[in-house]
Design a protein around this ligand. Structure first.
Ligand code: NAD
Length: 473
């Protein structure tokens, strides 16, 4: 007969992981408990002595750096990547992610510690499987979980007892428990008993030189106590500080809250910018002064909008889930509305500046300086810069772009290539619009050689000569 839930023997556990787990996951016989304890111990042993084989599904901005970090601390890593070109590049040690050090990948691939495959046939060899696939939105701004679901169906075909599966993709609270767990249990194996399941959101900040995978605190939430124990042990191997939370759902909520926090605060400064523009004030001056307050305030800066794979998308995952609870997330809706307005405001301000010189947008040549969504990275997904280019082209301006990190891009029906930043180009353009502040660009030179510069990022703050040519957004 099934007895009450018991703690696993000799395993220290935080109080919130103890006896308040859902009954479905915790009611087990003493024999089952002993079996679970044995599986936990086996996996912990393999994690500790690095004999555990780590699978990483999705070798993109998150997955490839993760695979390299795990291999660096001694695990053998197999990446499952559906894009055959990417898989081939990994196997050829041909790095395509800026946050990965070329020589690290070269060394690890050479030693056989990292390799990539394009299907799931090797899943039974893996002890830990981390999922880092995209979680985009549909055109109606609802969650598109097709990648997570496809991967989970594939894993369910090959799953074996004793494995840990951890979802790193950002998603709404409930995905791991309500979407993944039932699919995986169709294999006949039970979560937190036969296999372990957790959510640990990725917090990578591409291009950040100070915080990397190792020194960024990692939130971990298992679907039950056994899952929590092995997931915490696994992540502790390469990361300095682990933050356990009581459930996978709580871990999912932590991540969407973090991204919502950014989206809302960016929207707030963007709204301030729109108001300051009407009032004839410089928002940049106001913010610089406001951020001298040593407490109770945190710097956020306005710009041409928000981009990347996180801030414009993730809050809408929460917004959608909240509706199930008859709850409207007002801040998320409002932040999305304001941030999406910004590219149009940049277009208006560009037209205003050109008018000052008697130029129509349709007869102007405009240089868009920077197209990636943030400084010093090559990721242009959801970039507001591309939206600005599109809006200016719709007004029949001739638009070229330069971005030292983005040689070309295809988005919104646009296909463009970066133009070299020559003195001739700068002098022949009627307007230069700085859309991304890359440190590789000499902004003093840009101002010196240009007729007029619309600076949406305050990238020219240190430029002293030719300030009369600069208009801040
Ligand atoms: N990029 C970031 O800065 C960042 C930061 C934190 C969290 N995240 C989250 O991490 C997740 C992954 O983001 P990313 O930026 O690494 O995405 P990405 O598009 O760079 O990489 C995802 C990879 O998964 C592969 N893939 C898709 N379906 C697959 C399948 N069925 N089998 C095997 N491979 C498959 C794709 O081919 C791609 O290479 C998303 O949920 C994102 O929101 C991203």
């Amino acid at each position: 007969m099934a007895g009450p839930a018991r703690r696993l023997p000799d395993r220290p556990m935080p109080y919130w992981l103890a006896d308040d787990r859902p009954a479905r996951l915790t009611v087990r016989s003493p024999e089952q408990d002993a079996e679970v304890a044995r599986r936990v111990d086996t996996l912990l042993g393999k994690i500790k002595d690095r004999s555990a084989v780590v699978g990483v599904v999705g070798l993109g901005y998150v997955g490839l750096p993760f695979a390299v970090e795990k291999a660096k601390v001694g695990f053998r890593v197999i990446g499952v990547e559906q894009n055959p070109k990417r898989a081939a590049r990994v196997n050829a040690a041909d790095n395509y992610i800026e946050d990965v050090v070329d020589t690290d990948l070269h060394e690890l691939v050479g030693k056989g510690r990292v390799r990539a495959v394009t299907d799931f046939a090797e899943v039974p060899q893996m002890d830990v499987i981390v999922i880092a696939v995209p979680t985009p939105l549909t055109i109606n701004l609802t969650p598109d979980l097709q990648y997570v679901e496809n991967v989970t169906h594939e894993l369910a075909k090959y799953i074996r007892p004793g494995q840990l599966i951890s979802l790193e993709s950002t998603t709404y609270p409930g995905t791991t428990d309500e979407v993944m767990l039932p699919i995986l249990e169709r294999s006949g194996l039970k979560a937190d008993q036969d296999f372990f399941l957790a959510h640990s959101p990725e917090r990578v900040d591409p291009g950040n030189k100070r915080f990397n995978t190792k020194n960024t605190n990692k939130v971990v939430g298992g679907v039950g106590p056994a899952s929590q124990t092995v997931a915490v042990a696994f992540y502790s191997q390469a990361i300095e500080n682990i933050v356990p939370v009581s459930s996978a759902k709580a871990a999912e909520m932590v991540k969407v809250y973090e991204n919502t926090f950014r989206a809302v605060n960016i929207a707030l400064v963007n709204e301030m910018l729109l108001l300051c523009d009407r009032m004839g004030l410089s928002v940049w001056e106001v913010l610089d002064a406001a951020f001298t307050k040593p407490f109770g305030i945190m710097p956020f800066y306005p710009g041409p909008g928000v981009g990347g794979h996180c801030i414009p998308l993730d809050p809408h995952y929460l917004e959608w889930k909240a509706r199930e609870f008859n709850f409207n997330t007002h801040f998320i809706a409002l932040a999305g509305e304001i941030n999406r307005k910004m590219p149009e405001f940049v277009r208006q301000k560009a037209a205003r500046e050109l008018n000052r010189f008697g130029k129509a947008v349709s007869r102007s040549k405009i240089l868009a300086l920077g197209v990636s969504y943030k400084r010093d990275v090559g990721d242009w997904r959801e970039s507001p810069a591309i939206e600005v280019i599109k809006l200016l082209q719709e007004e029949r301006a001739e638009v070229v772009y330069h971005d030292p990190h983005v040689p070309d891009f295809r988005e919104h029906g646009l296909a463009m290539e970066s133009t070299p930043l020559t003195d001739e180009l700068l002098s022949e353009c009627d307007l230069v619009v700085i859309l991304t502040e890359h440190s590789a660009v000499d902004h003093a030179r840009v101002v010196a050689r240009s007729k007029c510069v619309l600076d949406t990022r305050n990238a020219t703050r240190k430029v002293t000569e030719g300030r009369e040519k600069i208009v801040l957004l």
